[in-house]
Design a protein around this ligand. Sequence first.
Ligand code: DX5
Ligand code: ZN
Length: 220
Amino acid sequence: MVEISTSILSVKKGEENKTIFALEAAKTDYFHIDVMDGQFVEKNTYDKMFEYSSYIKRISNLPLDVHLMVEDVKKAIDDFLAVEPNIITFHLEACKDKQEVYELIKYIKENNCKVGLAIKPNTKIEDIYEFLPYIHMCLVMTVEPGKGGQTLIPATIKKIKQLKKYIEENNIEIDIEADGGINLATVDDVKGAGANILVAGTAILMAKDYKVIIDELKKE
Ligand code: DX5
Ligand code: ZN
C-alpha cells in the first residue's frame, strides 16, 4: 500500500488549523513541508513552513516529511531539526560536490533524523545511485520545484521506473517518493512505476472530502 504525504504549501490563509486537523482526521500518512528559500527556487516559504511545522508538532503526532528547496542546506537542516521531522530531504543540485552530499547525509543521521535526497526533473537518475545505500528515501520531482498546482512531467515516470529497477537489482531498501502534479489522473502511472510515497498538495487540498481523495490515491 502506498503512503500519502500531503503538501501543505497551498493551505489557504486563515484556514491552517481547520485544514491540518481535517488532514489528520483523513489519515494522511505525513505532512509534506515544502521549504523554499527564494534562491534555489523563486518563492520563499521558509518562515511560513517553519511556523506551520511548529504548529503541527503541537497538535499532531503525524510525521513531518521536510523537503528542502534551499541553497544553504546546512542552515535549513539546523533550523528544521527544531521541529523534530521524521525525515529531511535536500536537493542533490544544491550541493557543490559529492563530498558535501555525504557530509549532509551524515549530519542529518547524526541528528537522529532520516535522510532523503531529491532530484529535479532534468537531473539524471544515475546521478544519485552512489548515495542510495546511505539514505532512507529518494524524492523524484515529477514537476519543476518551486510551486504547487503544476502538471506532472511524463518523462519523470521513466526515471521512477529506472530507479525502482536499480534498487531491486541491487537489493537496496529505500523509499521512492514522487512529488508534484499527482492526482487521480496521474496516480496510477506513478504507483505503477514504483513510487511508494506520493506527495499531493492541490489534488487533496482542493477536494471537498480529504479522506475520499486520500483513500482513492492509496487504492491498490
Ligand atoms: C513543489 C513541491 C511539491 C508541490 C506538490 O516544489 O515540492 O511538494 O507542493 O503540490 P502539487 O501536488 O499541487 O503539485
Ligand atoms: Zn515537495
